[in-house]
Design a protein around this ligand. Structure first.
Ligand code: HEC
Length: 142
């Protein structure tokens, strides 16, 4: 029963229905906006955590790594006598796969001089390019 209005009035019922529809719509839009906003926040935070931006040097190093190193160190169908070691997280350990200390200087040296079946890059990469690759290896390789 409506307060202050005759029961069963058509006009009242229709406007009540309209108000209810508008309320439902407002709730629906509000709810969708909230879901969308939380999805964006989760995506932004999650994305930031899993893939922090690379610095310019690391970006360059990534490109050089792709051109010069990935063919051996990211593939595993090579006919090399010794399987190239996995370089992901190289600097998380104190030693390189060979047992040499995992320092920038040592890795820089391996790249320039080569090691056993790994070719030397002193004719192909500049000192600076090698430094960028080392910077990229420090990211753990993402
Ligand atoms: C032709 C294949 C090949 C290419 C190209 C290559 N590597 Fe290697 N790499 C190897 C092999 C094989 C080893 C293992 C050497 C050994 O210990 O006998 C190795 C070892 C390494 C090691 C570990 C050294 C140690 O002391 O344990 C590092 C670091 C490395 N490579 C970095 C690189 C980087 C950076 C590039 C690109 C500039 C590169 N490699 C290009 C085959 C390759």
């Amino acid at each position: 029963m409506e307060m202050g209005r005759p029961a069963g009035s058509n006009g009242t019922r229709r406007s009540k229905v309209r108000v209810r529809e508008q309320l439902a719509k407002a709730f629906l839009i509000g709810g969708l906006a909230a879901i969308l906003a939380s999805a964006i926040i989760v995506w932004a935070v999650g994305g930031f955590n899993s893939a922090p931006q690379l610095t310019e040097a690391q970006e360059d190093g990534k490109a050089y790594y792709g051109q010069n190193c990935a063919s051996c160190h990211e593939e595993n169908q090579l006919q090399l006598k010794k399987i190239p070691p996995n370089l992901h997280g190289l600097f998380n350990r104190s030693k390189l796969p060979s047992g040499a200390p995992a320092t920038d200087a040592e890795v820089h040296n391996v790249i320039l001089k080569g090691k056993n079946t790994m070719p030397s890059f002193d004719q192909r990469l500049s000192d600076e390019q090698v430094r960028y690759i080392v910077a990229y290896l420090h990211t753990g390789i993402r």
